[in-house]
Ligand binder design. Structure first.
Ligand code: KIV
Ligand code: ZN
Length: 382
C-alpha cells in the first residue's frame, strides 16, 4: 500500500519573498486557485502580520480556495498569531504555521536566548495558536543545524502542546541527504509521541540538495513536503514541487505518492515564471526548456528509434506537448532525415548524404537550424 505525502506549497510565501517576485492580490488569488486545481494539500498564502497587503492577500486566498488547507506564517509571537488567525477566518480549512529558531546559532545570535527559553516560547506559541485553529504547524527554524537531542525535546514538547505538524527546516540548505535521513530517523525513533503529528521537510537549495534532502527525509518517515513551483525561494530557492512530484510518480518502489496532477506542472511553471518575472533555467529538471530536447546525434538517433532510450517520462505526463529534436552541427543524418520528412521532403541515401554535408556547413555557421532554414536549404538544392 502506497502512503500519501502531503504537499505543502509555499510559492506564495517563501517564493514570493524573492526580490522582484512580488505579486498583487489578483495574481496571488489566480496562482492559489491553480495550486488548488493542481492538487496541493496546503497552500501557504503569506505572512499576514508582515504588511496590510499580505494580510489582505491571505484573507482573499482563504476565501477563494475550495479544497486545500490555507496556511499563514507567524513568528512565535502573540500578535503575529492573532493577526494570522484573523486573516484565515474565511478559510474552510485554516492552518497557523508558527515557530522559532532551533539551532544554537539562531538561539544565540537572533534571540540572544537559551534553549530552555526557546522551548517555552515554542510551547506557548503552539498553545496560543490552538486557541484559534485546530490545525497548528510548528517550524523549528534552522533544524538542519540544531543539536539533535534538543530538536527531539522540542519536537516532543510542541506535539504535546498540540502541534499537528512539526516542520524541521534545513533553512540554510546545509545538510547532505544521508545526514537528513539519519536526523529524521532519529526523531522518528526518539520522540515518544511522534505518531501524534506529521513531520515535515522544508529544505533550501544552497548546495543544490533541497530535493535530494526532501526525498531522504520522507524515506526516513517525514510525511509532508514544503515546496515551491520552479523551486523559487529565498537565496538559491526551495525544494521544487515538480521534482518531488515526479520522483514519487516514477519511483513507485518507494511506496509513497502525492495527489499532484502532473499534466498541470509545465503550464503552472510557465504561469508562475511569467507572473513572478523569474525565468526558469533551460536545463531545469521537469520544466526547463531543454528538459525534453535532444541535441546530440547519438541521443537523437536513439530517441528516434525508441523514446525510452533517453526519456524516463513522457513530455505529456508533465504537460509539455512533445519532445524536441534540436538540429545543430552535433546532429546526425537520422535526425535530419526525420525532420525533413516531417517537412515533406523524402530523401534517398545519396541525396541525404549531400544535404547532410550542406546542413553541417550551415549548422557550424548559425548554430541551430530551424525548419525555415531547412526549407531554404532544400530550395537551394533544386
Ligand atoms: O526556511 C525556513 O526555515 C522557513 C521557515 C520560516 C518555515 O522558511
Ligand atoms: Zn524557508
Amino acid at each position: 500500500m502506497s502512503e500519501k505525502i502531503y504537499v505543502f506549497d509555499t510559492t506564495l510565501r517563501d517564493g514570493e519573498q524573492v526580490p522582484g517576485c512580488q505579486l498583487n492580490i489578483d495574481e496571488k488569488i489566480m496562482i492559489a486557485k491553480e495550486l488548488d486545481k493542481l492538487g496541493v494539500d496546503i497552500i501557504e498564502a503569506g505572512f499576514p502580520v508582515s504588511s496590510p497587503g499580505d494580510f489582505r492577500a491571505v484573507e482573499a486566498i482563504a476565501k477563494a480556495v475550495e479544497n486545500a488547507t490555507v496556511c499563514g506564517l507567524t513568528r512565535a509571537v502573540k500578535k503575529d498569531i492573532e493577526v494570522a488567525a484573523e486573516a484565515l477566518k474565511p478559510a474552510r480549512r485554516p492552518r497557523i504555521h508558527t515557530g522559532i529558531g532551533s539551532s544554537d546559532t539562531h538561539i544565540k545570535y537572533k534571540f540572544n536566548s537559551t534553549r530552555e527559553d526557546i522551548l517555552q516560547r515554542a510551547i506557548d506559541a503552539v498553545k496560543y495558536a490552538k486557541t484559534f485553529v485546530e490545525d497548528v504547524e510548528f517550524y523549528a527554524e534552522d533544524a538542519g543545524r540544531a543539536d539533535l537531542e534538543f530538536l527531539a525535546r522540542l519536537t516532543e514538547a510542541v506535539i504535546s502542546a498540540g502541534a499537528t505538524v512539526v516542520n524541521l527546516p534545513d533553512t540554510t540548505g546545509y545538510l547532505l541527504p544521508h545526514q537528513m535521513h539519519s536526523r529524521i530517523s532519529y526523531l522518528m525513533n526518539h520522540v515518544p509521541n511522534v505518531d501524534k503529528a506529521i513531520l515535515s521537510m522544508h529544505n533550501h537549495n544552497d548546495l543544490g540538495l533541497a530535493t535530494a534532502n526532501t526525498i531522504a527525509g520522507i524515506t526516513a518517515g517525514a510525511r509532508q513536503v514544503e515546496v515551491t513551483i520552479n523551486g523559487i525561494g529565498e537565496r538559491a530557492g526551495n525544494t521544487s514541487l515538480e521534482e518531488v512530484a515526479m520522483i514519487l510518480k516514477l519511483h513507485k518502489d518507494l511506496g509513497l505518492h502525492t495527489d499532484i496532477k502532473s499534466e498541470m506542472l509545465a503550464p503552472l511553471s510557465k504561469l508562475v515564471s511569467s507572473t513572478m518575472r523569474m525565468p526558469v533555467q533551460a536545463n531545469k529538471a521537469i520544466v526547463g526548456r531543454n528538459a525534453f530536447a535532444h541535441s546530440s546525434g547519438i541521443h537523437q538517433d536513439g530517441f528516434l528509434k525508441h523514446a525510452e532510450t533517453y526519456e524516463i517520462m513522457t513530455p505529456q505526463e508533465v504537460g509539455v506537448d512533445k519532445s524536441d529534436i534540436i538540429l545543430t552541427a552535433r546532429s546526425g543524418r537520422h535526425a535530419l532525415k526525420h525532420r525533413l520528412s516531417l517537412l515533406g521532403f523524402e530523401l534517398e541515401k545519396e541525396e541525404l548524404d549531400s544535404t547532410y554535408q550542406r546542413f553541417l556547413v550551415l549548422a557550424d555557421e548559425i548554430k541551430e537550424v530551424n525548419d525555415g532554414h531547412l526549407v531554404d536549404l532544400m530550395k537551394l538544392a533544386v
